[in-house]
Design a protein around this ligand. Structure first.
Ligand SMILES: [Zn+2]
Length: 252
C-alpha cells in the first residue's frame, strides 16, 4: 500500500478515537451533575417527610391541648350545675356539657387520623435515614469512578494527539490539507473501496479509477465525495478446508 494512504488511514483511526474520547470527556460534567441532583432530590424528599412528621407531631400536641381545655371547661360547668337556680338553666348547662363532649369526640377522631399518618411518616423517615448514608456513598463512589475515567481519557487523548501530530507531519501539505478539509466538511476523509463502490458516498467508481485504486500505488480521491480512497485485498479463501479432527468423530 502507498505509504501516504497508509498514513491517512491511520490518521483517520486516530481521529475517530480522539473524537470518541472527547465526547466522553465532555459528557463528564453532565453525568456528575445528574448524580448530584439525584442525591439532592433524595435529601430534599427526606427533609420534606421529616417536616411533615414534625408538623404532624405539633398538630397532635395542639389537639391534645384543645381536649385538655374543653375537659377543664366541662368540669367547671359540672360544678356550676349545683349553682343554677332554675330547671331551664340546669338543662341549658347540660346541653352545653353535651356539646363540649361531642367536640372532644370529634377532636379525638382527628387525633386518630393524625396518629395513623404519623406511623406511616415515621416509617418513611426511618427508611430514608437508613438509606441516606448508602446513597451518599454511592454518589461519591460513582463520581470518583467517572473522574478517574475522565483522567484516563484525557491522558489517552494527549498521547493520541501527539501521535497524530507526528503522523500528520509525514504527509505532504497538499494531502494533509485535503484530509483536514474533508474531515471537517464530511466527518471522515478516507473511504475504503468495496466491490467497486466508494464506502463513503456509495457511488460506483469508474472502471479505470477502480483499477487504479486496487493497485494502491498512488493517492486517489473519490470523484463524487472527494474522500481519499484505499482498497483492501481480500484474503484468498482456503482452497482445502481443514479435515475434521478424527478424534471428534470417533467419540460420537
Ligand atoms: Zn465517495
Amino acid at each position: 500500500m502507498h505509504p501516504e494512504v497508509k498514513a491517512v488511514i491511520e490518521l483517520q483511526q486516530l481521529d475517530s478515537r480522539i473524537a470518541e474520547l472527547t465526547a466522553q470527556i465532555d459528557s463528564l460534567p453532565l453525568q456528575i451533575r445528574k448524580l448530584e441532583s439525584e442525591l439532592h432530590e433524595f435529601i430534599k424528599n427526606h427533609e420534606a417527610e421529616r417536616q411533615r412528621l414534625a408538623a404532624n407531631q405539633k398538630a397532635r400536641r395542639d389537639l391534645e391541648g384543645d381536649i385538655q381545655l374543653i375537659r377543664a371547661k366541662i368540669s367547671k360547668h359540672k360544678d356550676q350545675l349545683y349553682e343554677v337556680k332554675t330547671n331551664e338553666q340546669f338543662r341549658a348547662m347540660l346541653r352545653e356539657i353535651e356539646g363540649e363532649e361531642e367536640n372532644i369526640r370529634q377532636i379525638e377522631d382527628q387525633l386518630l387520623e393524625k396518629m395513623v399518618e404519623a406511623e406511616q411518616l415515621e416509617r418513611h423517615v426511618k427508611e430514608a435515614a437508613s438509606h441516606l448514608e448508602g446513597e451518599k456513598a454511592r454518589v461519591e463512589q460513582e463520581s470518583r469512578r467517572l473522574q478517574a475515567l475522565c483522567q484516563a481519557d484525557e491522558q489517552e487523548r494527549a498521547r493520541l494527539l501527539e501521535q497524530r501530530l507526528a503522523l500528520a507531519a509525514q504527509l505532504e501539505d497538499r494531502v494533509r490539507e485535503h484530509y483536514e478539509r474533508l474531515r471537517k466538511s464530511r466527518g471522515s476523509a478516507v473511504a475504503e473501496v468495496r466491490d467497486g463502490f466508494c464506502s463513503g458516498c456509495h457511488v460506483r467508481l469508474r472502471p479505470q479509477a477502480y483499477n487504479e485504486v486496487r493497485s494502491n500505488s498512488t493517492i486517489l480521491t473519490c470523484e463524487t465525495c472527494g474522500r481519499i480512497l484505499y482498497y483492501v485485498e481480500k484474503a484468498e479463501p482456503d482452497v482445502q478446508p481443514a479435515a475434521p479432527a478424527s478424534g471428534a468423530s470417533a467419540s460420537r
